[in-house]
Ligand binder design. Sequence first.
Ligand code: SF4
Ligand code: SF4
Length: 449
Amino acid sequence: MAKTAVHLADMAQRSTSFPWPDAPEEDQYSVCVHCGFCLEVCPTYQQLGDENHSPRGRVHLIKEASQGLLPLDESVINPVFTCLDCRACETVCPSGVQVGALIEEARGQVHYQEPPSGLSGAVEKLFLRGIFPRPARLKKIRRLMRFYQMSGLRTAVHKMGLLKVLPMHLRELEAVIPDITEQSALDALPELMPAQGARKASAGLFTGCVMDVFFSDVNMATVRVANRNGLDVLVPKEQICCGALQVHAGDREQARKMARHNIDVFERTGTDYIIINAAGCGAALKEYPELFKDDPVYHEKAEQFSSRVRDISELLVEVGYERPQGEVNCTLTYHDACHLCHAQKIRSQPRELLKSIPGVNLVEMVDADRCCGSAGIYNLTHPDMAGQLLERKMDDIPEGVEAVVMGNPGCMMQIKAGVERRKVDLDVLHTVELLDLAYRREGNHDERR
Ligand code: SF4
Ligand code: SF4
């Protein structure tokens, strides 16, 4: 076990027995009054019925470990990593316990104590450190995936049944990978896309990595919709992945490196806003200051950066948007991505935009804000729990709807997998795709992109 040595005098100053940076602090966990309001909204507690897998239980375990009353062993690590980090508990907590931040910091302590080894260590080294922070490698992976799809290799692999060696959840995800476009939006778009009509503000587009690999069309639609509503859009080419997956995995050092890079890149653009259409990335960007609690220079820069970040639905409502005139005749339901509704408190804006589209009939689903099981890479690390939550989500989709709409690429992949599993005729769309379609159906839209 690789433990970092610390000076005893430093330890005496701290309210934690953890010797590593970013430890959970007493004022974070001591505000829990054990009321239990959070239990009934916690998906893992609902499924497992175990107090240790509830928000209250997890906060208690983190407190005990922080105070040195419990070792940081499996009894703490398992509940901390079984948490979806969905933040539903924060929405109902009367004391304002920031469970997500506590979970992420506790995972950081686990990571410092014993960096992952074996298969999970290899996965972290390859993906979280080797590929996501490096755009050139991400681009190569994207090209390989396109080759796999376009060359006939995928068809051959399916025909020969070679995917049967993969676990079911990976086969389901492979089946729903969208057609990869020739270029990502980051590569295809010019650096400046000027506003149409009266200019209201400027915005830097954060393209995201998963969004731009699998759903670059959503980024294209985001730019068109933003331009249409008076926003100059800049696309800084040096941007990299936001680091959300690294934060969720507890690799805060790597996340900090990525955050510093993005802060510097977007500082240079000088745009009024930074727009994002992926809920998980948006929440991470808004929470960059938490990564720099002990770095006064970057903490201030991160505060300035985060104050400019807006989800695209949030910004359109904030600066004002034109009601589209084109019709999209569709009965649909809306799924609240956890990191949009619970982490960013954005619920009404996407619904307002959808309802503004002529022909759209929005039917609310039960528990629209309960996690679908995607949760970053949770559906890869905890496929059983993720699969159970996906089943519940699919059960909740109202009869007769033609589409499920949301604002996060991970949820889109997960719910597409649910659609595939159930063999139902249901489109899975991003909010901005429908808005873009409605504008384009007006017939006078600039079709240059
Ligand atoms: S709702 Fe908040 S205060 Fe109540 S038990 Fe849960 S975390 Fe603690
Ligand atoms: S973040 Fe989600 S899974 Fe984790 S404790 Fe809170 S409600 Fe439960």
